[in-house]
Design a protein around this ligand. Sequence first.
Ligand code: BGC
Length: 734
Amino acid sequence: MSAVDCKKILETLTLEEKVGQLVQLGGEFFLEDLKSVETGPSEKIGLSDSFNRYNLGSVINVLDSKEIKEIQKVYLENSRHKIPLLFMADIIHGYQTIFPIPLGQAASFNFELIEKAAEVSARESYYGGQHVTFTPMVDLSRDARWGRISESPGEDPYVNSRFSEAVVRGLQGNEDSIGKEKIAATVKHYVGYGSVESGREYNAVEMSESTLRQFHLPAFKAAVDANVRLVMTAFHTLNGVPATGSKWINNDILRKELGFDGVLISDHSAVKELSYYGYAKDDAEAAKIAMEATVDIDMKTAVYANELVTLVKSEQLDVELLDDAVLRVLELKKDLGLFDNPYRGLSYEADINYEEHLEIALELAEESVVMLKNNNVLPIDKNKKIAIIGPNANNKFLLGMWAITGDASKYETLFEAFQREYGNDRVITSQGANLVDNVKNYGFPEKLAKLISAKDETLAEQDLIEEALRCAQDADVIVLSLGENMLDTGEGGSKVDIELSQKQRELVKTLSTLNKPMVAVINSGRPNVLSELEQDFDAILYAWYGGHKMSEALVNIISGKTNPSGKLPVSLPRHVGQLPLYYNNYSSARPSLKGEKKRFTSRYIDVDNDPLYSFGYGLSYTQFEYSNLKISPKDKSWDITYEVTNTGDREGYEVSQLYIHVPVSKIVRPVLELKGIQKTLIKPGEVFKGSFELTLDDINFYDNANSKIETQGSVEVFVGSSSNELNLESVIEL
Ligand code: BGC
């Protein structure tokens, strides 16, 4: 590690230079000089003329490595202190090699593989000159209306925590410093953002402390324990206080309780937004509040740049707070080795084995596909004639909203993959319907849409269904390639109607009159409502946005080369009115039992309570049988052993899940809580002997006064293949 002493560097800095380290701007502040790309960025965000851009600390979302090199060079030539710039970007599910969106990755329940994918992202980004990425996003998401559910690992704190630590480890490695082919990770958005009211983006969050600690904090704790270098604040208000300005969650919980000593960065413009909320009366107060909440970097506003010097000089802000923040930024630069080499990674001859990276992308794409239904129609035999019908059948724009560095032209469509696998003469395609009913509502910035190759969709004038019917005429099987447009999810992508478009529904209904086997492939960033269509499908594959290798993964599964193994990391609702919907809901005094229609119970009179498909659910081409649950007590923990037999005739992965339920407790407990996952490849006839460790800490639960209450009495223990198939059960008496 570098022998640089950050404290000594800090002493050499002027007040203005210190403040600069805490400011993050876009590359246009430098490219303006270099290439006259854009003029007037400083006016746009209201940056004062007195701010010296050669004091800046970090730059966001410059994606071209040559531009990074150029900016760093010009910066270092002009800056007095010569502290290198940090380059940060949103590399969310891949840099050059694009992996499934995070929700899809979580469906693999394979955290080792998720870690490998993060390693690939780090390697590619490192050679692209990036230092920090804004991932993992681990906001617990229980509401499919919220567009950002696509970016999250879903509704369960255990899955979120495992995902969180896996991504952090994959990106950063386990060394003290962040070395070759590694970059720094940022866990976000701290904390509770996934619970925005009504699933509407940037809305308020109201949450008990118990829920916050039990469900939302664990994934952040897991990242901090894995030594994540940055945390990003969030946009929402938590119980009336903007998350970015909350001393309680940022300083008291994150820093003091969880022990986070890295860089806390605001979300985009969130420091400025403290005054838009009316939580600060002006920018100066916003800067003071954010600094006192230990927010180190102000992302893309002029608030710190314009206000901090005066605040410190007038002694309204303790200079120690400023020094602490600057020191944390300097330590990050040191950790990344930037003082030794400001151009780390920037080699254009990097020896990257892209084939190997694509293999990992294929594996993860395959494992992320969830087979929800299969009435003996899958796999599809090689001599069958297949009609691939639907708006995604030949759609190249399915990489996901954050694939800003991914090349969509490299993406093979589902139709192309089918042609490759089944032969051109066996496969025929037709669009059948528009992906969306209304393309006018996105309000998406044009420049960004271009960057992610979002489809500039125009609604077809003519009736596509006629053509689809002709296409299906001679086919033995119809594969319906359906879903949502990429812009239907992601930031700012909240919706109240989460069914497939009206036109797609009409298409399905019309094709179902042909009475041919129909396989639905759904590409979407959220669990959609499929209730109206489910009965029409003989098989359903939920494939999210699966990255560069999604189509190959799907064809491998459909042709039977690969046995599907994904499980749902979120409940698939029956109706939008059920939302938020999650398996680990609190117990009710008047529960409604399935099939029972009693008036004064906790239920809807028009829709069942349970989801259409449950958390943890997913089918395989083989079958598994569970047996032999045994629990052996140890000191403050239990060894739980079980057996799974593959009773089918082909090899397959099973995701075994450990749940508990605590019936009596001083705070009402969820009906089920996931405490362990084991994903294993089991051969036909093989008996796998699995084991979990359950600790006392796993069983205890936070109350509303920040203490973990000790569970007493019975703990019901279940092992099974999904939250609604609890094959084995036993009881621990405390
Ligand atoms: C998003 C973050 C993202 C940041 C930087 C914000 O709008 O909420 O998730 O990392 O922009 O692009």
